[in-house]
Structures are given as structure tokens and as C-alpha cells.
Design a protein around this ligand. Structure first.
Ligand code: FES
Length: 361
């Protein structure tokens, strides 16, 4: 089964100067029904290099439309192209929706949600917010949205419209790093201390059922600490890391100590879509690099241990995962690994992409 499928660009709209909202229509193959909070991984050749880049879906599941937000990153080849050259009518190639930044919808319950977003981290949070408010009629949502200034607030008008539609059930707190607001508390960086003060006075964490956090890592860690010190349990918090270390920057992956020290070869058996192949690779190659070098069409996107697109199950042998920003401890305990970050410890390794990968574990 092909990993990538064609999608037509049916609409393009700037939400701020440096971010474009792209509406897509699947053309042929693939199942693009998504869960709120998931992302699409695109592929495109730029200057002879294949770029893969993941962008979160920003539309709600209830809207029956597939839409992603693409913020331009300094030096980012894909995001710059999408913001400056992409046109309506062009065809993009993307993998089916992926990602586990979501919770089951329960229309019969009245739940209280907290959503924290930093900058372009709003995209998956907006998808969740829209879906929850439409499909759980008794639930409420509080959005805490951090930006540099008013001019960088993505989806500002849409969020205002949602506020007018769901006046009783949607609360919004904008925190602006540079632009001052009426209260000091709403200006500056979103830190653990600022969150703690917000939770003391403005936001009731005790009655919240679940929190979604998406943004840069230091912000996410500060928010999570403050949530926990106000009574929220770890299992009530969902994370989606947005990192500046994007494959679109055309950077080479960092060389780890392992790669420098490793010599010789290892045997790798890979099972994808029911068929298995065994290859021999240099020990300084990650499991993903070994597969790609041998023309095995294994899924990947960020190559940085962030997105989980390359997640697979280690069914034989041992590996060292040099970075992991995507898998939970219990997933690692069950044998799941990130192929892009996994280097061999044993001489023979077997990985399986068909064992419950990307299902809700
Ligand atoms: Fe993103 Fe491996 S490709 S975590």
C-alpha cells in the first residue's frame, strides 16, 4: 500500500503574515478521516532533496473539511515554499492522518477541558476545541494561548467567532510576551510560576478533566508542573511537542557518540504491511536509515524523535534509542521504538510495523 496519497489544494488563506491555512481534498486512495488533534505528513522534493514535514490539522472533525495550518519557520524549506509559492489547484502528497494527541469524545458527559497552546501549537488544539464544543454539548473548554504579540496570533478571528458561538462554554486567555495587556499576569512568558498564579485565581484546575498542551518543550514542562502541583494527575495531561528542529531545514542529523564508536554491521528484519525483508546494514546507521538505504519504504517524518511517525515494535534484539520525545514509558516497556532514533546493540534486530502501531495503545 503506498504511504503517500495525492491531495488537491482547494483553498489557501493567510491567518497571519507568516502562516497559511491550506484546505485539502483527497484525490485518490488513503483514508483521510481524522481524529481531532492529528497531523498530516507531507513530502516534496526541493532542490533535489526529499523533504518530509508534519503539520497539524486545524479543522474540527465535525466540519467535514481537511485543513492544516503551516507557519513559516526561518530557513524552513517546506514552510517557506508553502507560504510563498503554493497555489490553489496544486497537488500535495501526504500520508494518512497520524498522531495520538486526543482523547475519546463522550457526548453524554459534561467535561471540563484545558487547552494550552504556544504560537503555531494552536493548530491541533484548535481542532480539539472545535470538535469538543460541537460534539460534546455539555462540555466546556478554556484555552490559554501564548504568543509574542497581537500580530502573531494565528486564527485570531476564528477564535473570536468560536467565542461568540459558544459564549457559555468557551473561555479564552491570551498571554502576550511583548505586548502589554490590562493585567501583568497576561503579559510575558508562560512559565510554571505564571501558570500557578493563573490557576490560583482564574482557572480551576481541580475540576478539569483533561489538559492538552502543545508548544515548545520548556513551556510545556512549566505548564505540566503547575498543573500537577494544582492536583492534576499525569494521565490527565496530553502533550504534543512542537520543535524548531524540522527536517525542512535540510540539516544533517546530529552525530551521536554511538555513531562515532560503532563499527561492523548488523542484520535487520523489517515487517511492513505483512511482508518481511532482511537486510545487512552498517552499525552506525539507525534502523530507519538502514531501511531507507535498502529502499524499504518505511514511514518517517521529523527524523528527530518528535513525531512518532517511525514508531514500530522491536520484536527481536536490542536497540539504543538516542532521543525520544514521542513515546510514553509504557509504550517503551511494551517494546515500541522510534526507528529514526534506534541504533543496534545486538547483531540481529527485527522490527514490526504491523503490531498495533499508531492504534490507540
Ligand atoms: Fe519522527 Fe522518527 S520520524 S520520531
Amino acid at each position: 500500500m503506498p504511504l503517500f496519497h495525492p491531495l488537491a489544494v482547494t483553498d489557501l488563506r493567510k491567518t497571519i503574515k507568516d502562516a497559511v491555512v491550506v484546505t485539502l481534498e483527497p484525490l485518490e486512495g488513503g483514508d483521510f478521516h481524522f481524529i481531532q488533534g492529528q497531523y498530516l505528513t507531507f513530502r516534496r522534493e526541493i532542490n533535489g532533496t526529499e523533504i518530509r514535514r508534519s503539520y497539524s490539522i486545524c479543522s474540527g472533525r465535525n466540519e467535514g473539511i481537511l485543513r492544516v495550518g503551516i507557519k513559516r519557520v526561518d530557513g524552513g524549506a517546506f514552510s517557506t515554499w508553502a507560504n510563498t509559492e503554493l497555489e490553489i489547484g496544486e497537488t500535495l502528497e501526504a500520508m494518512e492522518p497520524m498522531g495520538r494527541f486526543h482523547a475519546p469524545l463522550e457526548p453524554e458527559r459534561a467535561k471540563s477541558y484545558l487547552g494550552f497552546a504556544g504560537g503555531s501549537g494552536i493548530t491541533p488544539v484548535l481542532s480539539i476545541l472545535r470538535t469538543v464544543l460541537a460534539e460534546e454539548p455539555d462540555s466546556s473548554f478554556t484555552l490559554i494561548y501564548a504568543n509574542k504579540g497581537v500580530g502573531t496570533i494565528m486564527f485570531r478571528d476564528e477564535i473570536e467567532d468560536l467565542k461568540n458561538t459558544y459564549m457559555e462554554r468557551l473561555g479564552i486567555v491570551h498571554i502576550l510576551e511583548r505586548d502589554s495587556q490590562d493585567m501583568d499576569l497576561f503579559t510575558g512568558m508562560v512559565t510554571e510560576d505564571k501558570c500557578a498564579r493563573l490557576f490560583d485565581k482564574w482557572i480551576d484546575v481541580q475540576t478539569a478533566d483533561i489538559a492538552f498542551i502543545c508548544g515548545p518543550e520548556p513551556m510545556m514542562l512549566g505548564i505540566a508542573k503547575a498543573l500537577k502541583s494544582h492536583g492534576m494527575r499525569e494521565e490527565q495531561i496530553k502533550y504534543e511537542l512542537f520543535t524548531g528542529n524540522q527536517p525542512g531545514k535540510l540539516e544533517r542529523p546530529a552525530t551521536t557518540m554511538r555513531e562515532k564508536e560503532a563499527t561492523g554491521t548488523y542484520e535487520l528484519k523489517a515487517t511492513i504491511d505483512g511482508s518481511s525483508r532482511t537486510i545487512v546494514a552498517r552499525r552506525d546507521m539507525s534502523v530507519l536509515e538502514a531501511m531507507l538505504e535498502n529502499s524499504i519504504d518505511a514511514p518517517f517524518a521529523c527524523r528527530a524523535g518528535v513525531c512518532s511517525t517511525c514508531m514500530c515494535k522491536l520484536v527481536e534484539g536490542e536497540v539504543e534509542m538516542v532521543a525520544n520525545h514521542a513515546l510514553e514509558d509504557y509504550e517503551v516497556e511494551r517494546g515500541f521504538v522510534l526507528a529514526c532514533q534506534s541504533y543496534p546493540i545486538t547483531n540481529r534486530i527485527a522490527v514490526d510495523y504491523d503490531s498495533g502501531v499508531h492504534a490507540d495503545l
